[in-house]
Design a protein around this ligand. Sequence first.
Ligand SMILES: O=P(O)(O)OC[C@H]1O[C@@H](O)[C@H](O)[C@@H]1O
Length: 308
Amino acid sequence: MSTIALQALPSSTGAAKRLAARFGFGLACDEIALHRFPDGELRVTVAPTADTTILFASLDQPNDKLIALLFAAEALRRGGARRLVLVAPYLCYMRQDIAFHPGEAISQRAMGRLLATLVDRVVTVDAHLHRTSDIRSVFPGIEAENLSAMPAIADALAAEGIDSATVVIGPDAESGPWVSDLAGRLRLQHTVARKRRRDDRSVDIDFADPTLLSGRPALMVDDIVSSGTTLMVAARALRTMGATAIDAVVTHALFPAAMVTAFTDAGVRSIRSTDSVPHPTNAIALDEVLAAALQSELGTTCSRETTR
Ligand SMILES: O=P(O)(O)OC[C@H]1O[C@@H](O)[C@H](O)[C@@H]1O
């Protein structure tokens, strides 16, 4: 019988423990210990490994976490891990999938190649792949899955009840697949706006049918809220179009918590996120969708603790 362990970066231990509990056989979650030296370098210490180790590391604020992951993978392999599975509910650096200007690095490609040298499988949620149709092309030679948060979001919204006149809104063409999926699950009308980004904090958004929202609630859906510009500009447009209420739901909440006030000022009544990134707006847990994807790792395994 082979063994399995779960180890998490400190910022991911909450979600990792929820995942472990969902497996239902007493799998412990070990926190990877990080020590920062006075000069800023990191020492990384892992718990004893198992044949298969699930490394839980959501990669928001990624630069230090990537170094920690690199060192953790080294220690786990040297400790005997035959299979490393990275669970990164938020996968960083996926948005730059082409060189928009001469000389720019394609971060998606570089990140995929780096992670493919460290682990055997990557599991993520609503990765921003845009022009990349298959996540496996990002990770040469290893397994990779891009799960959807929309079933969990739809279940949460349906459970609390939603006005059937609500229009599900996507702020740009990239959001189309999420918007149509969620609207289909909730049996709601949907529309996707046109967005033109001028720079990091400046976008123009317009809707093909400016009358659609008149007197109706809007539910904005997106994969990422980062600077919050897209959400605020879209909310102002929806308000001008006569939306009676504007709620937002997002998979990855990357914005500073204090920005919620600015969203309220722009007309957003509520914003909820999944727990892919720890955030005060977290309202939808992803443990069930992650556990389902990871069932194949359990096979005839038992937790490392039970075999010591
Ligand atoms: O406008 P901010 O919040 O900075 O960026 C998030 C938006 O930019 C896109 O890549 C995302 O899909 C989302 O629509």
